[in-house]
Design a protein around this ligand. Sequence first.
Ligand SMILES: *Cc1c(COP(=O)(O)O)cnc(C)c1O
Length: 475
Amino acid sequence: MAPKHPPRAGRGDRDLEVNPIFTREPLTVPRYRLPAGEMEPSTAYQLVHDELMLDGNARLNLATFVSTWAEPEARLLMAECADKNMIDKDEYPRTAELELRCVHMLARLWNAEDPRRAVGCSTTGSSEASMLGGLALKRRWRERRRTAGEPADRPNLVMGVNVQICWEKFANYFEVEPRYVPMEGDRHHLGAREAVELCDENTIGVVAVLGSTFDGSYEPVADIAAALDDLQARTGLDVPIHVDGASGAMIAPFLDPDLLWDFRLPRVASINTSGHKYGLVMPGVGWALWRDEDALPDDLVFHVNYLGGDMPTFALNFSRPGAQVVAQYYNFLRLGFDGYRRVQQGCRDVATRLAAEIGRLGPYELLTGGDELPVFVFRVRGDAAGFTVYDVSAGLRELGWLVPAYSFPENRTDLDVLRVVVRNGLGHDLADLFMDGLHRVTSRLRSHEHAPRDPREDGGFAHGAEPKKVRARQV
Ligand SMILES: *Cc1c(COP(=O)(O)O)cnc(C)c1O
């Protein structure tokens, strides 16, 4: 937890030293105490700047899904809007209007039946958007139960064990029983039959992930919807779907227009995405949309003053930066449909090419090929090359590349993988350099005797693909 700052051996609570080249006082400042007095802005800047040099290079971070590159004009707009608070709709009516335009654009992109009836909002990311989606499902379920005179105290949510950690948080924070469908054999995400088998009268909804964090694969949303239609025909249970499209909701509309996953499926009540992933904005913006007002219970919505009128809001935060929303609008305007299609196609081309080349190297086996999300995972072949994915991850890190290695959840804990996320900014040239690096690491590992690495030390951060606290339910 953040407040702890363990004194390191030898360094302890020692002050930070200021480079004497500045010939300014103070020459040291406390590390963990508020300094007693002031210092020159340039001195403070240099101190902070220098300390941050040891952060990884964001562009070489192939672990994250979040944008690490933006056009200078987008950065400029963000700097210009750094002082705007998203909640001050009355004070910054144009920023509020741009948010609204983005919601309408997304409603059309996701094929809402009547885009003018769709409702939605910006959030800090998909995590907050998922909480809002989950809360709406829970509230609607409770209303249905109460109207029917049935108990409404044991809600559950059905999802694959591969869901991102935000769904585990939702279940924990808002007291909903998480029902995880485990992986089985080569099924590494939610299956339609398995989802339906876990549904009952207390199920508030099913979460389908468009673009699993574990392997970049799309879950079969249309099949899940069809299986739930069948469940309703058989039993009367009407279970809505929330699509977690954190990554995929900004990929599929451009690259897979015929794939049915969005509001074209009547069972899809709500969708979230991360504006800061394939929406191409720098971190922190997400979006949550509901197909119509019926899908978002009015008693969850609060009202703020807007131009003397009334503006509905649904959010966990109050104050929040407006700059990212402005940058999202900028990107929509700047790229248009075709620009997004070309950027995403570029990512998919790089991902599928890299995956194919890695598959040909010899010791690696692909689990996914980068043809859904531009994300793929691979493992070291079973016939033991004499090294592990953790060795590869550590070797790549020595060259500056951040590629996480992690193991799959229960039932497939035998699977240890490396994951590469291709984002805007990782072009073919950088991809070539990455392949050179992987070649070097691989041949070194093949030729040397070495002690295998410990996954706990060398796997790196799995970005949401961590093991769940609650065991998956067997179906
Ligand atoms: C990244 C991710 C999230 C969390 O999104 P943030 O925008 O980082 O809060 C949720 N679900 C999926 C599938 C993701 O990939």
